[in-house]
Design a protein around this ligand. Structure first.
Ligand SMILES: Cc1cc2nc3c(=O)[nH]c(=O)nc-3n(C[C@H](O)[C@H](O)[C@H](O)COP(=O)(O)OP(=O)(O)OC[C@H]3O[C@@H](n4cnc5c(N)ncnc54)[C@H](O)[C@@H]3O)c2cc1C
Length: 463
């Protein structure tokens, strides 16, 4: 019987185990090895003593990439899916919260009146964006940064005031470093295929209307019980799979029969015909050091940024003046340490009681990560100070503070990332049946991680 060892019980490893088990069941011997005491990796939902749902990691899944929603449905979680209560949000720019123009996420103003009225952009910036369709497409087939792409097509102001805080923020990166081809390939494709983003948006067919009575899903969805519900549902499907928690894989060596031997921190060993490494790139580098030194050095070269989520609970009476919105992201030149803030209780139903607002602040970004080193009390005070300042809360106190540090958590897809992946894959060719999957490679969002886990399962079954 084929033996498969999956290393890493985050969403990628779990998805791989689930799809492998679903397709092959008893025909494959599957072991899932996880170094920590729990499964889920970056997915970490806390239900606090007051019954609040506090996400320490991801809080939502995008639906324009189908793999998340599809897995929710397969796992019978459909009744637990929730849409956001509102989608209105702000950008902190030039000292004030400024509304993101309605329907503007694609950087093509679909609501022209709303766009023209927006105080986020100057008249010059708006006119420059409206010229986007006349900007000749680049003839360079290579990669470029998100910042360079948006500046070239939409103007420097749209890049600085919109793309940098919103899109580079997702990756905890700087817009001038992050690869457009690896992170937002659809924009590059739009330019290549239609000449401009505007032309592409105009030619895009309207999304298919849901069948009568079918449920409509927003661009982002979550689960009533928090994202941990996804982990719990996957865990329930792991029957027949050996799951080893608190077990760290340290190295892989080759066996004479062409298979592999994996050794743990306690010296325990597993043999495998196929190995899925669903661990951070730097961990996979260390595990592969002996068996694939060239691939290992390339894995080590994938940079990571550290981030942190600070969740604050305010009495609703202190924040009664806030507009009904999901929160804001912060422009790079503002004098704050945080990069964004979600008003979680306004965004998702039942995260707290009605008399409270849960505020989720994002800290850390490539080059601004020293903040994680501070003591909890200093971090809590800083977050309250910054939130009170931006939201004009005076000296309002947070009723509770939760801090989740994520050292070396966000892989950085710098310009040239896809070429470097091709080079890495070339060097891994000599190690048949070792699969590298997860956030470090082809998408950091949950749907992309699920997709990679699923594809690894399919490749193993095909091999
Ligand atoms: C703060 C934050 C907010 C985010 N928000 C969103 C969001 O809202 N929506 C979204 O789609 N994405 C979001 N992301 C991104 C997304 O959550 C992650 O990219 C994704 O969960 C990573 O999954 P993974 O399985 O690839 O890696 P991980 O979750 O890192 O899992 C890797 C696992 O491997 C284990 N491991 C490590 N070394 C070893 C070893 N030697 N042996 C055995 N096991 C080992 C680890 O303990 C871990 O459990 C967010 C990320 C962060 C950090």
């Amino acid at each position: 019987m084929k033996k498969v060892v999956i290393v890493g019980g985050g969403i990628t490893g779990l998805s791989c185990a689930y799809y492998l088990n679903k397709a092959a069941g008893a025909d494959v011997d599957i072991t899932l090895v996880e170094s920590s005491a729990t499964l889920g990796g970056k997915i970490k939902t806390l239900i606090d003593p007051a019954g609040r749902t506090v996400e320490g990691g991801p809080d939502s899944v995008i639906t324009t990439k189908p793999f998340g929603l599809q897995l929710f449905k397969e796992l019978g979680l459909e009744d637990s899916i929730i849409n956001p209560l509102t989608t209105k949000s702000f950008i902190l720019n030039r000292g004030s919260l400024r509304s993101i123009p309605p329907d503007f996420m694609s950087m093509v103003p679909k609501d022209m009146m709303g766009f023209l009225k927006s105080d986020l952009f100057s008249i010059k910036g708006k006119l420059r964006l409206l010229c986007e369709k006349w900007i000749a497409p680049s003839r360079d087939p290579g990669d470029e940064s998100l910042g360079a792409f948006v500046t070239r097509r939409c103007g420097a102001e749209i890049s600085e005031r919109f793309a940098e805080p919103l899109f580079a923020g997702i990756y905890a990166s700087n817009a001038d470093e992050i690869s457009i081809r690896a992170s937002f390939p659809h924009w590059k494709t739009m330019e290549e295929k239609y000449g401009s983003i505007t032309a592409a948006a105009l030619k895009q067919p309207a999304p298919p209307k849901p069948a009568p009575g079918a449920r409509k899903y927003s661009a982002f969805i979550s689960l009533k019980g928090g994202m941990q519900q996804l982990v719990g549902a996957l865990q329930q499907q792991l029957t027949g799979i050996r799951t080893e928690l608190n077990t760290r894989i340290e190295r892989i060596t080759r066996q004479p029969n062409g298979g592999y031997q994996l050794t743990t921190n306690t010296g325990a060993q597993y043999t495998a015909d196929a190995v899925v490494l669903a661990t951070p790139a730097y961990t996979s580098a260390s595990i592969l050091g002996e068996v694939a030194p060239e691939a290992s050095s390339r894995l080590n070269a994938i940079p990571y940024a550290s981030t942190m989520i600070v969740s604050l609970v305010y009495a609703r009476s202190d924040v009664a003046h806030l507009p009904n919105a999901t929160g804001f992201v912060v422009s790079a030149n503002e004098q704050y340490s945080f990069t964004g803030c979600s008003w979680t209780s306004n965004k998702w139903a039942d995260r707290t009681g009605d008399d409270e607002l849960l505020v989720r602040c994002f800290y850390g970004k490539a080059g601004n990560e020293h903040i994680l080193q501070q003591e909890d009390s200093a971090i809590g005070q800083l977050a309250v100070r910054e939130i009170n300042n931006v939201l004009n809360l005076g000296d309002a106190k947070a009723k509770a503070v939760y801090i989740q540090r994520w050292p070396k958590a966000m892989p950085q897809y710098f310009v040239g990332h896809l070429d470097r992946l091709a080079d890495l894959e070339q060097h891994l060719k000599a190690c048949a049946n070792i699969y590298l999957v997860g956030a470090a490679y082809r998408g950091i969002g949950i749907p992309d991680c699920i997709k990679q886990g699923k594809e690894a399962a399919e490749s193993i079954l095909k091999a």
